[in-house]
Design a protein around this ligand. Structure first.
Ligand code: AMP
Ligand code: MG
Length: 479
């Protein structure tokens, strides 16, 4: 029986130089680890059919749904600032695009689906650890209200993948509004392929920003979306870890979860990625890196921004310069909400920054401090609670000027500050258990993360910060 999916593959209709057509490489013994039934239903897919052997075969890459046109996309990118003219999907295969019940179009991609012409030295596979990490973190980001790719399923392959040693292989089914990256534009720009660049710009514009006009409209909208996205990351203490241009989504979704992490004890210089030796992608550097990535998008788009090169450069520069004010406004909105404020005053950003500075000095837990503002327990996160109390006086005065009832302010605080984030040590414990065949911790964590703003007492342990011996200081790339 072949599965029927509502597929309409617009990327596959672009010229052949945009991708390589190939099917996933079958795996030995697929078994379902996780299926995101609510997401499946939103996409118009039947969860029961996906969980049946025919469905699992598709999710493993052993069979294709009717209407699939599998392909690996080509792209380039700046990796840690160094230029790579040809990267591409080295271990991911796009099955096709589903048009969901609400009319939105989503890529369905298998990550870890076997080698492609872009695999270079890689094996085209993924192991269970990064697959579960991406599943948990991307779904948590969605529940936290952050634009992101989603996880539809995780499947064990029954095969061994070699990393630092033998690891169980897995495939993630990723759902995204597209997989078009800044690096996709860079690939065609570097090749001098203006025709492809124009087609790509129009495809991305129509797909992500239909109200925008032309390549310049696309650039302006992408800059705005990226600024808002990174402000959301900052408001959650999220560190992406590999903000290379090939991992920068043109529509403003968080994509390519590798060595990402949420901060426990706050410090602006926090870096987790084992390969980020110089802290290029540290927490506080993320806005300037996103801006740099947008400048690369602008340069790539220049050849299709009109005959008058000087005018194109001026317009592109202006669009990129919109990043800073857009980011600033989004950051201030986010942190005003985190302080429970319903109105705006000029001193609000300084008030928020003052709290962050005190948190950094105290090593206060990011999530618990902000969540604790609603319950009055934030001061417990400070080694010297007096440092918090001094700030809280100014905060109380500011709230007082708003005249809001404490109950209304507390409700706003609880809506803006999650009780639960996917803490590193919890993710790693879930992965360690899954490797031994025990999926219970993964399932429990996934269930809890679906409702991050709830104070469910049965998940108290998941909200606790890591004990010193549990603290995870290094995370590894998703390879
Ligand atoms: P990432 O840093 O995970 O975004 O990956 C950067 C590039 O390396 C992309 O082109 C990936 O497709 C490729 N890549 C990562 N892991 C593998 C792998 N195991 N096999 C082949 N290519 C890979
Ligand atoms: Mg990538």
């Amino acid at each position: 029986m072949t599965l029927h999916w509502p597929l309409d593959n617009s990327y596959a209709r672009l010229p052949p130089r945009f991708y390589s057509r190939l099917a996933p490489t079958p795996v030995a013994a697929p078994s379902l680890i996780a299926l995101n039934a609510p997401l499946a239903r939103d996409l118009g897919l039947d969860p029961a059919a996906l969980a049946a052997p025919e469905g699992v075969a598709v999710l493993a890459g052993n069979a294709l749904p009717e209407g699939a046109e599998p392909l690996a996309q080509v792209y380039a990118g700046h990796q840690f600032g160094g230029w790579s003219p040809r990267l591409g999907d080295g271990r991911a295969i796009l099955l096709g695009e589903v048009v969901a019940r609400d009319g939105r179009r989503f890529d369905i991609q298998l990550k870890g689906a076997g080698p492609t012409p872009y695999s270079r030295m890689g094996d085209g596979r993924a192991w269970l650890g990064p697959v579960l990490r991406e599943y948990l973190v991307s779904e948590a980001m969605h529940a936290l209200g952050v634009p992101t790719t989603r996880a539809l399923a995780a499947v064990a392959t029954g095969e061994t993948v070699w990393r630092e040693g033998p690891r169980p292989g897995a495939v993630l089914t990723r759902v995204a509004s597209s997989h078009i990256r800044v690096g996709t534009f860079q690939y065609f720009a570097a090749a001098g392929d203006t025709e492809a660049l124009a087609l790509l710009a129009e495809h991305a514009r129509a797909r992500h920003f239909p109200a925008a006009e032309g390549p310049l409209g696309l650039l302006a909208a992408a800059v705005e979306a990226q600024a808002r996205l990174v402000a959301r990351w900052m408001a959650l203490g999220f560190v992406h870890g590999v903000m290379n241009t090939d991992n920068a989504h043109v529509g403003g979704e968080t994509i390519d979860y590798g060595p990402c992490a949420f901060i426990d004890a706050y410090h602006p210089d926090k870096v987790f990625s084992s390969i980020d030796s110089y802290g290029r992608y540290a927490y506080a550097k993320q806005p300037q890196i996103a801006l740099w990535n947008m400048a690369q998008l602008a340069s790539a788009l220049l050849p299709v921004m009109g005959e008058d090169r000087a005018a194109a450069i001026a317009a592109a520069t202006e669009a990129v310069h919109r990043f800073a004010p857009a980011y600033r406004a989004a950051w201030e909105d986010a942190f005003r909400a985190k302080l429970g404020l319903a109105t705006a005053e000029p001193g609000d950003a300084a008030l928020a920054q003052d709290l962050l500075d005190r948190m950094a000095a105290a090593g206060a837990d990011f999530t618990r401090t902000f969540r604790g503002l609603a319950s009055g327990r934030a001061r417990e996160e400070f080694r010297d609670p007096g440092a918090f109390d001094a700030w809280a006086e100014a905060w109380a005065a500011r709230l007082g000027r708003e005249g809001a009832s404490p109950a209304a302010a507390a409700a706003r605080l609880r809506a803006a500050n999650p009780a639960l984030i996917p803490r590193n040590h919890r993710i790693e414990a879930a992965i360690a258990a899954a490797v031994t065949g025990d999926l219970a911790p993964f399932r429990r964590l996934a269930a809890a993360l679906a409702r991050p703003f709830d104070d469910d007492p049965s998940f108290d342990d998941l909200r606790a910060p890591p004990a010193p011996h549990e603290e995870v200081r290094r995370t590894f790339c998703g390879t």
